[in-house]
Design a protein around this ligand. Structure first.
Ligand code: 5RP
Length: 237
């Protein structure tokens, strides 16, 4: 499987034109925008689906405060007039909305095709409710590699060498992240998501990986040619 998407930082909203997948992303994003309520704080993910979400939020003009998971999202949201604040002094979010590279039947996600998974994960776990919006091509029976990784620059080659015991790990030809991390992908055909997530979480050189457990997600909005379907994964308190 190839990395699902080019870096969203290089992918302006609507860049896919009128193709069916892009239309589905737009439909899922429109449904997600309806979930934002006045007076709430909302985390915004990164990617082309979020690129559709932003104008839908701007069109609704609901008074809400937003935090962004990437410079690209932050810039685009501000240009549309959304109230974007730094995510430093906000203790909790009401909602976070993001896309995904893979959504498995058991609720595991793979994220980070655009390299923003570290901030996306921080925002997802800080939100009372995390909503994922996807086109139907993102659905899969089980998650597969590549699993995106952000690695500390300090000791990066040594970390990558350790991770090579798990599978084929490839450094991405991409600039470091806004937090100074090195991006890589772990390619492996067969993976046990909880086991791999625990192994990656235990490595001090790994900043974050793109495996998101089912417990992190409240709702997946899945757009098909027939409309947008809701799949409730779990309800966070
Ligand atoms: C970025 C992500 C994105 O949510 C994921 O890559 C999906 O992107 P798109 O909405 O462009 O299909 O995880 O790090």
């Amino acid at each position: 499987m190839t990395p699902a998407n080019p870096p969203p930082d290089r992918q302006p909203p609507g860049a896919h034109g009128g193709d069916p997948v892009d239309r589905q992303k737009q439909a899922a994003a429109a449904a997600a925008a309806e979930l934002v309520e006045p007076g709430t704080t909302v985390g915004l993910g990164t990617g082309s689906t979020v690129g559709h979400l932003l104008p839908a939020l701007a069109a609704r003009a609901v008074p809400a405060v937003y935090v962004a998971t990437s410079p690209a999202t932050e810039t685009a949201a501000r240009q549309l007039g959304l109230d974007v604040r730094p995510f430093t002094d906000i203790a909790a979010l009401d909602l976070a909305i993001d896309g995904a590279d893979q959504v498995a039947d058991d609720g595991w996600l793979v994220k980070g095709g655009g390299g923003a998974h570290t901030r996306e994960k921080i925002v997802a776990v800080s939100a009372r409710q995390f909503v994922v919006m996807v086109s139907s091509d993102k659905l899969t029976d089980r998650v597969r590699g590549p699993v995106p990784l952000e690695i500390f620059t300090f000791g990066a080659e040594a970390t990558l060498a350790r991770l090579a015991e798990l599978g084929d790990v490839r450094r991405r030809p991409a600039p470091v992240t806004p937090d100074g991390g090195v991006l890589a992908d772990l390619w492996l055909d067969d993976l046990d998501p909880p086991q791999l997530a625990a192994r990656l979480d235990a490595d001090p050189g790994v900043v974050a990986h793109g495996l998101f457990p089912p417990a992190m997600t409240w709702l997946v909005l899945i757009a098909t040619e027939g409309g947008v379907r809701r799949r409730e994964v779990t309800r966070r308190p």
